[in-house]
Write a protein that binds this ligand. Structure first.
Ligand code: DC
Length: 226
């Protein structure tokens, strides 16, 4: 069977990661979480004393960390300079700083190159999730999806992933999400955007299983047609 490249973009909390992993597993494809790579480089900057409010300092350090992504959808991994980064990249500190780091053009150029080489090496094909995959990283992807959901639904899902959530947690999560999406959508270099040829899926009222089914069906249809 032909190799297939699937791009899944959208803001956080739309079900991108769960959908992408499940679709890749079901279709026997590799999986790449590009947000994890931006989080990893952010974690490295913080750990190495780089001032993340200083784009010049970030730019001059951008080539230093060695970031390696494991692309098995049932057990994705990420290491930085050989250290397991999967836990540290999910902290509040990294989440609050990742938009600033990922807006720096030198960071984007470095990570984009890494993403393209990982996609090219995936023999059976790959599902790549992020913000600019369909527009910038893999503009020739066989299929592009753009997932959306209301801010309320996204905040409720993200809060649900945290322990001991209450109404105040959901409100704070919503505020942080909206702020991060605004920064990601308004940066100069490859902002969060829907590609003109992407299929938009509003996941607000859909279950995860329904979103997965929709994406798998369209990928299979495309594979049969080509
Ligand atoms: O998907 P995530 O929440 O783990 O992504 C973390 C951040 O990384 C997100 O706020 C913006 C950045 N990002 C990006 O700029 N481009 C991508 N392709 C993926 C993520």
């Amino acid at each position: 069977m032909e190799s297939v490249i699937v791009a899944i973009d959208g803001p956080s909390g739309t079900g991108k990661s769960s959908t992408s992993k499940a679709v890749a597993a079901e279709l026997g494809l590799s999986y790449l979480d590009t947000g994890a790579q931006y989080r990893a480089i952010t974690w490295w900057m913080i750990s190495n004393g780089v001032d993340v409010a200083d784009p010049l300092a970030i730019a001059s350090a951008a080539a230093k960390p060695v970031i390696v992504s494991g692309t098995d959808p049932s057990a994705p991994t990420i290491t930085v300079d050989g250290l397991d980064a999967s836990g540290p990249i999910r902290t509040q500190e990294v989440t609050s700083k990742v938009s600033a780091v990922s807006a720096v053009p030198e960071v984007r150029a470095r990570i984009t190159e890494l993403q393209r080489s990982i996609a090219a090496a995936a023999e059976k094909g790959i599902v790549v999730e992020g913000r600019d995959i369909g527009t910038t990283v893999l503009p020739d992807a066989d299929l592009k999806f753009f997932l959306t959901a209301s801010p309320e639904a996204r905040a409720a899902r993200r809060s649900g992933e945290l322990k001991g959530k209450d109404a105040a947690d959901v409100a704070a999560t919503r505020e942080a999400l909206v702020k991060r999406d605004h920064a990601d959508s308004n940066r100069k270099t490859s902002p969060l955007a829907k590609a003109a040829d992407a299929v938009e899926v509003d996941t607000t009222d859909l279950t995860l299983a329904q979103v997965i089914e929709c994406v798998v069906a369209l990928v299979e249809e495309k594979r049969v047609a080509t």
